[in-house]
Design a protein around this ligand. Structure first.
Ligand code: 5GP
Ligand code: ZN
Length: 110
């Protein structure tokens, strides 16, 4: 899957501002942040979206999100979003969880 942008970031072929990594996941700052804290948490293997997330990675991804929230200083209040499918707003087809924080959030999202 080396034509995949986020696989290239995992492999270190494209630079990204990494803020966290473990054996299952990496996290880096979104290039076009929508909040003071906007980090993308992604699995190391290529998985297209949350619809394909295996049980074996579901827990580790959530643990990574928790760890990033603490490290980013937003553990008190944050939002996690993942878009599945173009209609929902997915533009990169390698699973990523948006962690947003550092400002008041509106609901519902657009
Ligand atoms: P989606 O629209 O698929 O839910 O989210 C994709 C996210 O990836 C967007 O928020 C976009 O700003 C971010 N993004 C796209 N290309 C790059 C890149 O090359 N580097 C980083 N750090 N973020 C990217
Ligand atoms: Zn990929």
């Amino acid at each position: 899957m080396m034509e995949c942008l986020f696989c290239k970031i995992v492999a270190g072929e494209i630079p990204a501002a990494r803020v966290y990594e473990d054996e299952h996941a990496i996290a880096f700052r979104d290039i076009d942040p929508k909040a003071p804290v906007h980090v993308l948490i992604i699995p190391r293997p290529h998985i297209a979206s949350i619809a394909d997330l295996p049980d074996s990675l579901a827990g580790p991804m959530l643990r990574a999100i928790q760890a990033v929230a603490v490290e980013a200083g937003v553990a008190e209040s944050f939002r996690v979003v993942t878009n599945h499918g173009a209609e929902a707003g997915q533009s990169v087809f390698h699973l990523h969880f948006h962690l947003l924080g550092g400002r008041r959030m509106a609901w519902p999202p657009g």
